[in-house]
Design a protein around this ligand. Structure first.
Ligand code: ZN
Length: 162
């Protein structure tokens, strides 16, 4: 069976950045299960998995615009230090959860700190980055009615939810 829309697929993967640093891997966790063609994965990875079969390995290079998007300079903002009440020692690289005007929580990363101001970057940490996935397809099956209804895969033995 080949990977196509609404197939439930198990993959092992290792994700590395352009410097070869491992960002994420399924090693030690077991394969990841997802549903093809419904936006569970970044588009550039999904498109390169289309048509593959169980047992196949591939290296997928995904440019930023098909992964987490290009960096948006408008998402880099200066905020007053007063916004970080209770945090004594703010350093570049620290991450905080902030609420955007539409009410969604998003993670911001501190990029610079002065006595008065903190510069934070609300871009996705992987925005602007070309990603490399080493992937092995473990299994491909049809989705169940329930999975189709929910729009995502259910892992082995996963109990019913919502
Ligand atoms: Zn579900």
């Amino acid at each position: 069976m080949k990977i196509a829309k609404n197939k439930v697929v198990e993959i092992e993967y290792t994700l590395t950045d352009p410097k070869g640093e491992v960002i994420d891997t399924s090693k030690g966790r077991g394969p990841m299960t997802y549903m093809q063609g419904v936006g569970n994965l970044i588009p550039g990875l999904e498109s390169q998995l289309e048509g593959r079969s169980a047992g196949e390995s591939l290296v997928a290079i995904v440019p930023a615009d098909k992964a987490y998007g290009e960096k948006d300079d408008e998402l880099v903002q200066k905020v007053s230090r007063g916004a970080f009440k209770g945090v004594d020692d703010i350093k570049p690289g620290m991450q905080f959860q902030a609420n955007s005007p539409d009410g969604h929580a998003r993670v911001v990363t501190v990029v610079a700190v002065t006595d008065q101001e903190v510069t934070v970057d609300a871009n996705h940490p992987l925005a602007g980055m070309e990603l490399k996935f080493d992937v092995k397809v473990i299994s491909v099956r049809d989705a169940t009615e329930e999975e189709l209804d929910h729009g995502h895969a259910h892992g082995p033995g996963e109990h019913h939810h919502h």
